[in-house]
Design a protein. Sequence first.
Length: 92
Amino acid sequence: MLHQNPKVKKEVLKRMSYVSGHLHGISKMIEEDKYCIDIVKQIQAVQSALNKLTEIILEDHLATCVSHAIKKGSGQKLIKEVMETIKHNPKK
């Protein structure tokens, strides 16, 4: 992220730490043969956290990288890239 907001970067890293810890917890649940539905619920929580992380990063990308590119007259390439990324999002 070339023009990344330092505040956003801190938030992204904090959320990544949470997701990483949560994934470790899921692994432990699997090792301990915990109830399948409880594991699935935890996986869904991680998916939700990753979706939120995607939103935060994409919003920052639009506000920084894309905005900067538009000001320089080269925004169309980045806009196309964002649209392709959104269209290929597996949750859609």
